[in-house]
Design a protein around this ligand. Structure first.
Ligand SMILES: *Cc1c(COP(=O)(O)O)cnc(C)c1O
Length: 421
């Protein structure tokens, strides 16, 4: 069972709301740090293990700085994310650039920062050479196709746009070798929000075996294997956390059996987790604006899917706590909605909650990854602030809320007067 606890009391959150109006996201620094340390320790058997935090999950430089202090690097996939890493003080081989359908300018930036470049396709090698020059270290992203089955978030590997086939990998590394590149890594990402440790062990076995095959055939040496992200979190209270110890133990066994036994050690293990690192430690805090009773009961919040899109996008479950009503019977079914003119703007459908009143403070759990980050401005909705609950109990604003001026910033209303229609 995943207990849905909160790092603040009703009184504390009321005090925070006095200063920062709802809706906002708030992150728990202490929990993030402890989780980061535990994650790192789980793989301490592998010298050189490194987690590159997937910036897209929660692109906030304050959180990235905290994670960098815990020795995490940054996994970037766009120009803005590369610049964010740079501005946070993360450069060189502490950046993994795992992009796809990549524009030239992004390869140029990645090369400028000396980031590790993970190529999504065989043809990107020539494209990279033409536009940004070749680095001394190259990684390719492997798509195992029918060897693995995916899920609703990531899709089936064969349908997925990512990565190279096995045959293309051999060709890719061989071409690199011919071009004088002599440092290599390999990457794959076939899961998203996966809670079964065995799934990652199986992926490790496939990847290690592939490394052994390529190394032997091409007489090249791999420096690292990057399992990317996809480690899940228990969104539902009746789900269990992934058994990280079992996952690490299983990967270690495969490592010894395949990598070490073939004299290919040491190889560093890299990960690019986002969700697992910050997901459970971020909360979307909102208030009930209106209660509506028609064919169903609706609780309208001051937040919308612009603040957290996962329920609307994937039908994802996010646990909801009504502050101060935790102990009351949860016996009224509500659709918990936002204000977007889209009927799928619902945080929950037919959710049993205590009887709600306008003004109730609603906390939506597990919004610390792929939450604020997915925010958008459709319907003129503005993205909320991000707050950080520090270890000493202080709260700092790490991103202000958008204003209507931000929304209008790309429009020139002065031009309207002279615009004849
Ligand atoms: C999205 C993504 C991640 C992070 O995924 P999580 O589910 O947040 O762990 C890591 N690597 C790549 C290449 C991604 O696209």
């Amino acid at each position: 069972m995943a207990e849905k606890l909160l790092p603040f009391t009703k009184k504390q959150i009321e005090k925070i709301i006095e200063q920062y109006p709802t809706p906002f996201h708030i992150y728990d620094e202490k929990a993030i740090r402890e989780n980061a340390q535990a994650f790192k320790n789980a793989f301490s058997w592998n010298k050189g293990f490194k987690e590159f935090f997937a910036v897209k999950a929660t692109p906030n430089p304050y959180l990235m700085k905290i994670l960098h202090k815990e020795c995490f690097g940054a996994d970037c996939s766009s120009l803005a994310e590369l610049i964010m890493a740079q501005k946070t003080g993360i450069t060189g081989e502490e950046i993994m650039f795992s992009s796809n359908d990549t524009p030239a300018a992004e390869f140029v930036k990645a090369r400028e920062l000396n980031a590790i470049i993970n190529l999504d396709d065989f043809t990107h090698l020539a494209y990279l050479e033409e536009h940004a020059g070749l680095p001394e270290l190259i990684c390719f992203r492997y798509n195992p196709g029918p060897l693995k089955k995916g899920n609703i978030i990531i899709g089936h590997p064969e349908e997925a746009k990512y990565g190279l086939t096995r045959e293309q990998l051999f060709e890719g590394y061989e071409t690199c070798k011919a071009k004088g590149i002599n440092r290599f890594g390999i990457h794959t990402m076939v899961a998203s929000n996966e809670l079964d440790a065995a799934y990652f062990v199986e992926t490790a076995e496939i990847l290690f075996q592939l490394v052994a095959d390529i190394s032997r055939k091409l007489t090249i040496r791999f420096e690292f294997v990057n399992f990317s992200g996809g480690v899940g979190i228990p969104y539902q209270p009746d789900q269990k956390r992934i058994d990280l110890a079992a996952m690490s133990r299983g990967i270690k066994e495969k490592y010894e059996k395949i990598i070490a036994a073939h004299g290919l050690a040491p190889i560093k293990i890299f990960t690019e987790c986002g969700r697992y690192i910050t997901g459970p430690y971020g909360y979307l805090v909102s208030r009930v604006l209106h209660i509506k009773d028609t064919y169903k009961k609706f609780a309208g919040l001051d937040a919308s899917m612009a603040n957290l899109m996962r329920p609307a996008l994937y039908g994802a479950y996010h646990h909801i706590t009504v502050m101060g009503k935790e102990k009351l019977p949860h016996n009224v079914a509500y659709d918990v909605t936002g204000s977007l003119c889209e009927n799928n703007d619902k945080f929950a459908i037919d959710r049993l909650l205590p009887k709600l009143d306008t003004g109730d403070i609603i906390v939506i759990h597990d919004a610390g990854a792929h939450g604020h980050a997915m925010g958008f401005n459709y319907n003129g909705k503005l993205r909320s602030a991000e707050l950080l609950l520090r270890e000493n109990g202080n709260v700092v604003q790490i991103r202000r809320a958008e204003t209507v001026d931000d929304y209008f910033a790309t429009l020139d209303f002065n031009g309207l007067a002279g615009f004849k229609v």
